[in-house]
Design a binder for this molecule. Sequence first.
Ligand SMILES: *Cc1c(COP(=O)(O)O)cnc(C)c1O
Length: 345
Amino acid sequence: MSTATLSINLEALTANWRALDQHTHVETAAVVKADGYGLGSARVCRALAAAGCKRFFVAVAEEGAAVRNAVGPGPEINVFSGHMRGDTDMISDLQLTPMLNSLDQITRHFEALPRHPFGIQLDTGMNRLGLEWGDWAKVAEFALSQRPTLLMSHLACADDPAHPMNAYQLDVFRQMTDGLGAPRSLAATGGTLLGPEYHFDLCRPGIGIYGGLPFANARPVVQVDLPVVQTRSLAKGEVVGYSNAWQAPRPSRIATVSAGYADGLIRAMSGNATLWHADTPCPLVGRVSMDLITVDITDLPETPDALTILGPQQTVDDLANTAGTIGYEILTSLGRRYHRRTVTG
Ligand SMILES: *Cc1c(COP(=O)(O)O)cnc(C)c1O
């Protein structure tokens, strides 16, 4: 079999969630948008629910359907994008809780589903989702009378603890919500680590659960092993791959490995990334192609069956750095072709 293997360590995943939960004295939810950051929201949600997580957040209502199927009727499933046209049946049938983002969404929600649970998302300066201050002032009294499950906002710079935007958004959020009596949430992974004044009633980490920065103490959750399809010996001066992008500076052994940019090994990794055979680093050489990469294994004493691109030696953030991106994009780009399996321990 030449399909690459993506192993998901559910014990590390739940340990990361518990460790973030222990940073706070408040409830900790889990963000499972984009199919559980690419790892499969059903398995992720079931593991976290078994560990005690009672609230999940998704980006769009359709994602909520998979989560509801996985966790059953108890847990609360919140939808960041709110109540869009066409979402009403799903929100109602699957008992999803939309985070309403605009006056239009508030009108739509109370016309279609009066008495159905809802939250409100407020914009505190990121200018992406949520009601701005002026609109909030217009509807706050009515919205509060309908008992929102949550008032929430999102921090733009929480991965940088020293950034003045954090304290600014905290101040705006407090001014918009202090004394209103409704439950509140401001912190994702970064905010959870900023300290108790950012925690309010609920933290909602995502990336830290999956082993990514800014949760530096996270346990790695994913391992990706790529089968070696073929190896060959090159004389000094021979070239490898599209556009002859690499030329052997010495007699070399090259392994052709099964995975490429269709599997989320983005082309920007060409000539930069490193694969591993146990503790020995093996440089990716030449261009990443759609289904294959080529790796210099000259320094290995034996021919490996597989090489590791994500694992204990190299985190999602290490790999992201080789391609000028972030761990979030690496995880969510991994794609559908892997043989996904869960492991524990
Ligand atoms: C994605 C997202 C989160 C989770 O963020 P992480 O940085 O992955 O912890 C929380 N809240 C909102 C609004 C989000 O969009």
